[in-house]
Design a protein around this ligand. Structure first.
Ligand code: ARG
Length: 460
């Protein structure tokens, strides 16, 4: 008979047991479950709710169980429903009657909330480290290529020259926002729910602050009904992960495009590409593609969890058991994506020659030529039209701006003079010298400030 079917005359139907069991996935919480139980058992003894000897036996037993699980010696019995029951049952097997005192002043409802918060706290720390390592690679890449210029795009059409470092620093900004979101979500995850009991609190003289200190929580939950039914921290984590994966998928898309023969801007290291089973010439950017593709499952898990929570009455409902698989998958997906991505960025080769070629052909200096006319006194709208016509004509002649003669320029506007040839990529870049712009001076400062940010961030 199971530990909790005292009032029943029948065992659960086999299909029902399988349907309701969470053990196949929540075994992953064992470490947090044991840590929580150890803190709880110590508190129970300190408060003289259970005998000191029993508490010591419990702690010893739990440590032994943790080792059994880690060594692959632990027998997971499907009929024990979840990791909490499995550990408790084994504890009683190991230490006898004392094991049956562990669940005093506790419910699985506050227990599982605790375990999940401990898991999520750890997952957030792992993501913070992963993001920090990725930023390190990204910044390294920007610094190593600080002089490289590439066509900046809008609508995926060549638009204006930008520094490659400026481009990479755009992603640095996105990842900084991700870091901030995860740190913020950590605050609301770092709340200790144990002591909420099943829903109403417990009737023993417990010391919740003591348990919180043992487990390094910043604070304790303030409302027992909320504490056993709140999964906002899961949703916040999954939502921050969704945004972060979205950023990674944008970077992925650029890695895919840039490594194609059409662009040829970068070459991905062989360790981060795969071959084709049929086309021998292929070197496919699968890591980037998979990262782009895995966003789908992360968004999906977020949507699933939002839907699980919608319309749930207070307090604990079994629906909440559906929180785990999604959370685990999101944590695993994001963590592994950050890891492979850092490796991919750390090994990619920049082909600055290809970027320069692309700059040459795209009439990327058109805005600068319009600005040139404006500085001579032409209105911006008129200048825009003049240069539009000029480009249109140059395309038919297959001429770049440099190849257009002064007479030809002047046939579009008499304001053109010899100094039109001083409009170059370098000049175009340096002209964009306001905060946030792509001038070498601004980018140098931006690189330095990113370096400082990284030096001040410690997620090692
Ligand atoms: N396996 C359960 C879950 O994940 C643990 C809590 C069970 N509580 C209950 N009242 N049945 O939510």
């Amino acid at each position: 008979m199971s530990l909790i079917r005292g009032r029943f005359q029948k065992e659960a139907d086999e299909a029902v047991s399988q349907y309701t069991a969470s053990l196949p996935y929540d075994w992953r919480l064992y470490h947090y479950d044991i840590a929580g139980s150890i803190a709880h058992a110590r508190m129970l003894a300190k408060q003289q709710i259970i005998p000191e000897d029993d508490s010591r036996a419990i702690v010893r037993g739990l440590k032994k169980i943790e080792k059994e699980i880690e060594d692959g010696q632990f027998e997971f019995k499907p009929e024990l429903e979840d990791i909490h029951m499995s550990i408790e049952a084994r504890l009683t097997e190991l230490i006898g009657e004392a094991g049956k005192r562990l669940h005093t002043a506790r419910s699985r409802n506050d227990q599982v909330a605790l375990d999940l918060r401990l898991f999520t706290r750890e997952a957030i720390r792992d993501v913070l480290q992963g993001l920090n390592a990725l930023e390190e690679r990204l910044l390294g890449l920007a610094e190593a290529n600080s002089q490289v210029v590439l066509p900046g795009y809008t609508h995926l059409q060549r638009a204006q020259p930008v520094l490659l470092a400026h481009h990479f620093l755009a992603y640095f900004e996105m990842f900084q926002r991700d870091l901030a979101r995860f740190k913020d979500c950590l605050k609301r995850t770092d709340v200790m729910p144990l002591g909420s009991g099943a829903l109403a609190g417990v009737s023993y003289n417990i010391d919740r602050e003591y348990v919180a200190r043992q487990l390094h929580f910043r604070e304790i939950s303030r409302n027992s009904l909320d504490a056993v039914s709140d999964r906002d921290f899961v949703i916040e984590f999954e939502s921050a992960a969704s945004l972060c994966m979205m950023h990674l998928s944008r970077l992925s898309e650029e890695m895919v495009l840039w490594s194609s023969s059409e662009f040829g801007f970068i070459e991905l290291d062989e360790a981060y590409t795969t071959g084709s089973s049929i086309m021998p010439q292929k070197k496919n950017p699968d890591v980037a593609e998979l990262a782009r593709g895995k966003v789908g499952r992360v968004y999906g898990k977020l949507m699933a969890m939002l839907t699980v929570m919608k319309g749930l009455p207070l307090s604990y409902n079994r629906d909440l058991q559906e929180d785990k698989e999604g959370l685990f998958d999101v944590a695993d997906t994001l963590s592994s994506t950050l890891k492979v991505f850092a490796g991919m960025l750390g090994t990619l080769i920049v082909n600055s020659g290809k970027m320069a070629q692309a700059l040459d052909k795209g009439y990327l200096l058109a805005t600068d030529i319009a600005d040139y006319l404006v500085k001579k006194g032409v209105t911006f709208r008129a200048a825009h039209e003049i240069v539009g016509k000029l480009v249109n004509w140059a395309v038919t002649q297959n001429k770049s701006f440099r190849e257009i003669s002064l007479a030809e320029y002047q046939s579009f506007s008499t304001w053109f003079a010899e100094d039109v040839y001083s409009i170059t990529v370098e000049q175009s870049l340096s002209a964009r010298n306001n905060p946030g712009g792509t001038s070498p001076e601004q980018v140098k400062e931006a690189l330095e400030s990113a370096r400082k940010i990284l030096a001040g961030q410690s997620y090692k």
